[in-house]
Design a binder for this molecule. Sequence first.
Ligand SMILES: Cc1cc2nc3c(=O)[nH]c(=O)nc-3n(C[C@H](O)[C@H](O)[C@H](O)COP(=O)(O)OP(=O)(O)OC[C@H]3O[C@@H](n4cnc5c(N)ncnc54)[C@H](O)[C@@H]3O)c2cc1C
Length: 480
Amino acid sequence: METAMPRNGVDTEATKTSPSQPYDPTYDPLKSATPGEGRDYAPTYWIGTAGEPPADDGPIIQDTDADVVIIGSGFTGLTAAIFLAEEYGIKATVLEANRTSWGCSTRNGGQAQCASGRLKRSQWIQRYGLDTALKLHRECLDGMATFKALIKDIDCEPQPGGHLYVAHRDKVMPTLEKEAKLLRETFDYDVQIIDADTVKREWIGDLEAAGAMHEPEGIGIHAGKLAFGYHRKARALGVKIHPASPVQGFETHGDVHYLQTPGGVVKARAVGIATGGYTSQSLHRELKNRLLPILSNSIVTRQLTNDEVEACSLRTRQVITDTRILRHYYRLLPDNRLQIGSRSAITGRDAPQKKYETMLIGDMHRKFPALKGIDIDYSWWGWVDVSHDMMPRIHQPDAKETVYYALGYGGNGVMYSAQAGRRLAQWIAGHGHELDLPIFTSKMPFPNLREKVESQAFAPFRRFGQRFLYRWYYLKDEVI
Ligand SMILES: Cc1cc2nc3c(=O)[nH]c(=O)nc-3n(C[C@H](O)[C@H](O)[C@H](O)COP(=O)(O)OP(=O)(O)OC[C@H]3O[C@@H](n4cnc5c(N)ncnc54)[C@H](O)[C@@H]3O)c2cc1C
């Protein structure tokens, strides 16, 4: 702690909680009861270049009465607290296990896309029917508007202009063209198909590109500056943010929730769970076995010279992904570094193995051979919260309890977390009944086995399934 200011009190401006534990590169949400207590950040480009973390309210050091508690201080938790204060006059208390926005929100690719979950619009139609698919699309557009309004006053180095979705091989183009037609004609969403030569000449010299689809919505942001900006905005609205305060026990008696932290019990009238891919199996009974946390890793090169930028034909700074199921996400950052990320290890224990970084560097070389041998200045990984049906949930799982969650964006949460935070605030403030999409009205599902069997026995075997799936995805992406 830099100063000994009062906690939970009035004058907390100068409190800046220092990490009390080093970063743990092997952390695994399926193995640990909490993500730690006061751990330092992962060594990401965003943390390396965001400046000092903002002032906070210090760890919880005594039993505390709170009205609304949000667990998790990532984009979801902070935006929920912002909307609770701005739209309903509720000043929430945010409990964070480690440092502010320590999880995904300071480890992502910074790509704000017009998406909610991992399914395409055509898959929405198959699953929910056309009417609901159209409503989901409107929810995403509304989410983009929410996000743009929020970042207007935050210096987070926006790179606007849209999203380039690169076909990683010829075979994908017919499907991409079909999806583009559906987006234009059914969703009135103005996407464009671009042929391979034009992609390479006018957009990006990705050697794999067999063409691309450009969509008009999409913004690259500096994830650390955005996280710190949300944090400052929340505190300016009267929100209390307590780092190094992991929730280690969660009990509900009558109308009151008792959240056990190392420094004391926090009593709350309502709780919003915003713990993303860092949700432990024991945090709350309604979440056990309902998320599949998967690792994604990311690298950032040293600054490219103008000649290197030219050699790779990096003519856009818009956000880019490719069409692999195990996709790559990449872009040229404002300071001329290339960032690229993709899948990583399956377990936390394996995550630090050099081979995963080497694989990603190999992928970058395949796309941009001119970057062979370039220094990698930053390399990190993080846990993505994937739901078993690839769609998020912002939901009250038990109508008798004032507990709500917003989770499961499946690697598409930079933008949607802002809208999910808004929806979570809506639920907590008692307006959840106004929300009528399946992502608001249904629970985070178990995998496709009978719930009972699943909740008892399947979870320990999920990772066998994941290994099998990764092999299958590889075959689908690269071979078949
Ligand atoms: C490597 C990587 C790349 C990604 N790239 C993109 C991208 O380019 N575009 C995109 O849209 N999305 C991306 N994502 C996903 C995106 O980062 C998240 O969806 C988004 O940041 C929202 O996160 P969140 O707030 O829900 O959760 P998080 O940011 O993970 O925050 C959850 C917080 O909860 C805390 N917590 C957990 N348990 C407890 C407890 N018991 N007590 C107290 N606190 C607790 C954790 O410490 C953590 O800080 C990526 C994710 C990763 C890991």
